[in-house]
Structures are given as structure tokens and as C-alpha cells.
Write a protein that binds this ligand. Structure first.
Ligand code: FES
Ligand SMILES: [Fe+2]
Length: 453
């Protein structure tokens, strides 16, 4: 088979050059093999903390979790903990450490408070400004100890497209420039109107980058997730690289993998997808090759009927997964019904563990037949109305996080990858062009580690 890696797959050759769908020009990140110690060395982990995590924009929360003034949410990353709060002037963030003796001030995941009271000696702080409001037994302090009225230390915080970002560095570069995606790309999905209907954090036995890398390609689908071949393209995926380490893959859904010989006979998976889009498979006269288009048309009509705004989405976005990676540790599976936001969070101490934090956000609609599509992995009977924000569910290593089949397959695989990387016989990863997002991610990471960013 002929394969021109500089072209790769273009899903819609008719897409105008300035549309979000357009294939991005090839970016050459070379062919070098990265040092494998970055996946397990404590020294490299420390470098990442100093040069990457504390210097880059990170997703700390989603806007719909802080709907009102006083709402706060805690974001834990490595050994750090950061409080994000909503104020009348917008979102603000503070380090989650009491200025008296350092105690972690807020110890629940989210809530609504205008004041934070420290659990150790009850110093009080404003959730809005971080200001120190009251010192217990103030008269017992010598004035010079407390004369600065030390409040909470602020962290730069900005909201964009329904997502809240923080940056721990003193002089962060502009957020939108760092995100690297074209203007309007994320906004098109109305994430700000979506509600978290499920939030899970599971601990995996692998380095956080092994996690990212497994989700940045579809090359492994035939081996690890063979069941996806009935409803998902895998070799015919459009990979796009954006500035500053961001990237995207468009994974065509509602069509079979090109690895399947018979492309026309219908299968259960495709029938299920028709049904979700409101098309009774018994009424569908076409063959398997027409399902993707039929679903796009049905969803467009349904959106009009339900008053959902799909105006900024092209047809491909109605069916396909636009899996969009924001450097360094996020992938957002973007769909019109909702998005699947995954964060790969480093363990505080162990380079060979990470937390896989996933939020399922759903755009509720006023129709009892309109439910979350199966790819969202929402268990049957779960509340998708968005009226109640479910608690974060945490699962330790070895516990079944009820992630669904595909993610369980990944969580079983990753420790095997991590184990093999240690072998004296393994020299470093060899990335193909279906893995160009990995190379792109790694090139950006390298710039941080070399302190060029
Ligand atoms: S450590 Fe917070 S009040 Fe003492
Ligand atoms: Fe996978």
C-alpha cells in the first residue's frame, strides 16, 4: 500500500482551507528516539514539575461546575492543590494552603462559600479575593508577624470556551496562544452549556505520558479494542498538529474500519448508532456505507427540532470523534451531544503512576428519547438531566472503576507497556506517522525540559 506520510488521511478533501475540518500542513518533528528514562526516572519527574507543570496552562475545572459567585472547585496536581472560585469579576484561583502554618485550607472537592475557614486554628479567608479576614486571638501575635495580613497566594486563572485554566508561573504566555487551536474551535461545541454528568478518577500503574500516548493514536485499536472495528475508522484517521504541542485526530464513527473486508453488510453496532440518532434501523434502506451520512442528516434535523445549536458544526462533527489534545495533559473527545474530557494527572510521588481523570459533559435536551450516546460510556439509567452534579468517584489501582469496556482494556494494557519499557532490551519508542501526535507532544515537552519555554 502506498502511504505518503506528509499527506496521510484527509477525511473531507472538499473542506475549505480555513475550516476547522481542514487538514493541517505536515509538521516535521523528525525521527529521533526519545530517552526512555523519561517514563520512570524520579529525576525526570522532578524536572517535569519544575519546568513543565508549574509553567504551563492546565485545565483546573469546567465553567458549569462554578455556576454562581462563591462556587469553588479544588484542582490537585502532583503535590500541589489549587482552589478555583467564581467571583463577580470572573474566575480566580489560589494555592490551597493556609498562610498561618500551611494547612490545606479546603478539603472537599467543590462547594459554595464566601469564606474559607482553616481546619487547624480557624483563620478566615475570603473565597473571592483570598484576603485574610480574621485571625483567631489576634492580640496574641506580635504585630510584626502578621503585619502583612498574609492572604492566600493567587494563581493566574482564566476561563475560555466553558473551561477554566490555571497557570502557576508569574508571567504566563497568553492562554489562547498556548492552546494553539484556531479561534472558535472549542467554542463551537458550547461546552459552557454542558453539564458534568459523570466524573471519575482512576489510578493507573504507568507514567502519565504512557497514558497520553495511548489515547493519542488509533493504531492500537485493532489489537486492544477489536470490537470498535464495526463502527469506527482506525487506519483512516486524520491527524492534525497545531502549534505549541496541541493536536487533533478525527476518528470517523458510524462506519467500519477499512480492515474489515465486507464494507456493505450492516452490523449491530451501526444499527445501534442509527437508533441513538433517532433512526429506526428497520426503516433504513441503505447499506453500511451510508450510515454515517444518514446519521448526520438525522442529527441535524433533530437539533433543529430540539433547539440545539449545531450551527457551527460541520457534518463530520455530528458523527465523528474530534479527539483534541491540549498540551500537556488533556484530550477532549468532542461531539455535539457532549464532550469527554480526560486529564492525565501525575502522581505526587511515583513516576510510574498517574490519575486518569475523566469528566463526561452532556448538553441536555428537552426530550425523553434523547439520551447520551453509547460512546460516552454512561451506564444505563444514569441521570443525564444535568440538574445534579454527581460527586467525583475515586478508584484505586486494581479497583474496577466501571469505565466501560474500551477504557478497561486500556487500563489493563498500560502497566504492561510500562513494565516492558524498563527492559534492558528496549531502546526507546519508535513512532510511526499514525503516532505523529506522540512525537509532536514529545517535541513540545522537550522544549519545556530544555527551558526554551
Ligand atoms: S494553619 Fe491555618 S489557621 Fe493555623
Ligand atoms: Fe485504547
Amino acid at each position: 500500500m502506498q502511504y505518503d506520510y506528509k499527506v496521510g488521511t484527509i477525511l473531507n478533501p472538499q473542506a475549505p482551507a480555513d475550516s476547522f475540518e481542514a487538514k493541517q500542513p505536515y509538521m516535521d518533528n523528525g525521527t529521533a528516539v526519545a530517552d526512555k528514562r523519561r517514563y520512570f526516572s524520579p529525576e525526570f519527574m522532578a524536572l517535569e514539575w519544575d519546568r513543565l507543570w508549574t509553567r504551563t496552562w492546565l485545565i483546573a475545572a469546567v465553567s458549569s461546575d462554578l455556576p454562581e459567585v462563591g462556587c469553588y472547585s479544588v484542582f490537585d496536581i502532583g503535590r500541589e492543590s489549587i482552589i478555583v472560585t467564581r467571583t463577580p469579576e470572573g474566575v480566580r484561583a489560589f494555592y490551597n494552603a493556609c498562610s498561618h502554618r500551611g494547612t490545606r485550607l479546603v478539603n472537599d472537592q467543590m462547594g459554595n462559600k464566601l469564606r474559607f475557614v482553616c481546619p487547624f486554628h480557624s483563620w478566615r479567608f475570603s473565597s473571592q479575593t483570598g484576603e485574610l479576614l480574621a485571625i483567631t486571638d489576634e492580640e496574641t501575635f506580635r504585630p510584626e508577624v502578621i503585619c502583612e495580613r498574609p492572604g492566600l497566594t493567587p494563581v493566574t486563572c482564566e476561563e475560555h470556551a466553558g473551561i477554566i485554566f490555571i497557570n502557576m508561573r508569574d508571567d504566563p504566555p497568553p492562554l489562547l496562544e498556548s492552546i494553539g487551536l484556531p479561534e472558535g474551535y472549542l467554542e463551537a461545541y458550547n461546552i459552557g452549556q454542558m453539564k458534568v454528568i459523570r466524573h471519575i478518577s482512576t489510578e493507573w500503574e504507568a507514567n502519565w505520558k504512557i497514558g497520553i500516548e495511548a489515547f493519542y493514536e488509533t493504531y492500537h485499536l485493532h489489537a486492544v479494542h477489536p470490537e470498535t472495528r464495526w463502527v469506527m475508522g482506525d487506519v483512516n484517521v486524520q491527524y492534525d498538529l497545531y502549534p505549541n504541542g496541541s493536536s487533533r485526530m478525527i476518528v470517523p464513527l458510524a462506519q467500519m474500519s477499512p480492515r474489515i473486508k465486507d464494507q456493505t453488510s450492516m452490523n449491530e453496532g451501526l444499527e445501534g448508532m442509527l437508533l441513538e440518532a433517532g433512526v429506526d434501523p428497520a426503516d433504513y434502506a441503505g447499506d453500511a456505507t451510508g450510515v454515517r451520512l444518514a446519521i448526520q442528516q438525522a442529527k441535524r434535523k433533530r437539533a433543529e427540532r430540539l433547539g440545539l445549536d449545531y450551527s457551527k458544526l460541520v457534518d463530520g462533527q455530528l458523527t465523528d470523534s474530534w479527539a483534541t489534545g491540549l498540551f500537556p495533559n488533556v484530550q477532549i473527545g468532542c461531539h455535539p451531544e457532549g464532550v469527554f474530557l480526560m486529564r492525565f494527572l501525575p502522581h505526587p510521588k511515583d513516576p510510574e503512576r498517574f490519575y486518569y481523570d475523566t469528566m463526561t459533559l452532556f448538553l441536555p435536551a428537552d426530550d425523553p428519547n434523547y439520551t447520551a450516546p453509547a460512546w460516552m460510556g454512561v451506564p444505563e439509567g444514569m441521570d443525564t438531566s444535568g440538574t445534579v452534579r454527581p460527586e467525583l468517584e475515586r478508584f484505586a489501582v486494581g479497583e474496577d472503576g466501571n469505565l466501560g469496556l474500551v477504557l478497561s482494556q486500556d487500563s489493563a494494557l498500560l502497566p504492561i507497556v510500562q513494565a516492558g519499557i524498563h527492559s534492558r532490551g528496549f531502546k526507546g519508542q519508535l513512532w510511526g506517522e499514525q503516532e505523529q501526535r506522540l512525537r509532536h507532544f514529545d517535541a513540545e515537552l522537550e522544549r519545556y525540559i530544555r527551558e526554551e519555554k
